[in-house]
Design a protein around this ligand. Structure first.
Ligand code: ZN
Length: 189
């Protein structure tokens, strides 16, 4: 297994010096222009696939890149969204799905999730995605991005920014074997 401690030491030794000025600036500045909501899948690395520098992406990763719709109750995803949009004033928000997504595969193929009740419960946030899908994994991955964009728009901070014209929502699908990003048609929120 990749040694995480050794990786951290290598970062400090070999990578950090070339970006020392950037990190000195970032020590007291946090002004990312974009919110990136992606899957927790280890193969989908937001900064890598968008070639973003530290400080440029505010990232939320969840299983299946699911965004629960707004409720009156606090949760971590909602807090991250509100902080990015209302406090950091990001001007762009991306929901990024991907090929071979384990969460979407479980739904598309109706896997038995009785041994993983937390996963099963979480994936209910994709009920609308399943309802929109014409069947098959590719369709579900795309419709899930659209459904989660719609969920994102139910958050008051996002609704406010959309009404003010200060935020643009984008739907992406990342293809692991080719590295390509497909941009889905803009969705009416
Ligand atoms: Zn995934």
């Amino acid at each position: 297994m990749h040694d995480l401690i050794e990786g951290a030491a290598r970062f400090r030794r070999d990578v950090f010096p070339a970006k020392a000025e950037l990190f000195a600036d970032l020590a007291h500045t946090h002004r990312p222009p974009a919110l990136f909501i992606g899957c927790s899948d280890a193969r989908v690395v937001p900064e890598l696939i968008t070639q973003s520098e530290p400080g440029e992406l505010f990232v939320i990763r969840t299983a299946g890149n699911l965004v629960p719709a707004h409720t009156p109750f606090p949760d971590g995803v909602a807090a991250g969204i509100e902080y990015a949009v209302s406090v950091l004033s990001v001007t762009e928000a991306v929901v990024c799905g991907h090929s071979a997504c384990g969460a979407m595969t479980a739904l598309a193929e109706r896997h038995d999730l009785s041994a993983a009740p937390a996963v099963a419960g979480w994936l209910r946030h994709a009920d609308a995605s399943l309802a929109r899908s014409s069947g098959g994994l590719d369709s579900l991955v795309r419709e899930n991005v659209r459904a989660q964009l719609a969920n994102l728009a139910t958050h008051p901070s996002v609704a406010r920014a959309l009404a003010a014209g200060t935020l643009t929502l984008r739907g992406w699908v990342y293809d692991i074997p080719t590295g390509a990003v497909e941009q889905l048609d803009p969705v009416a929120a």
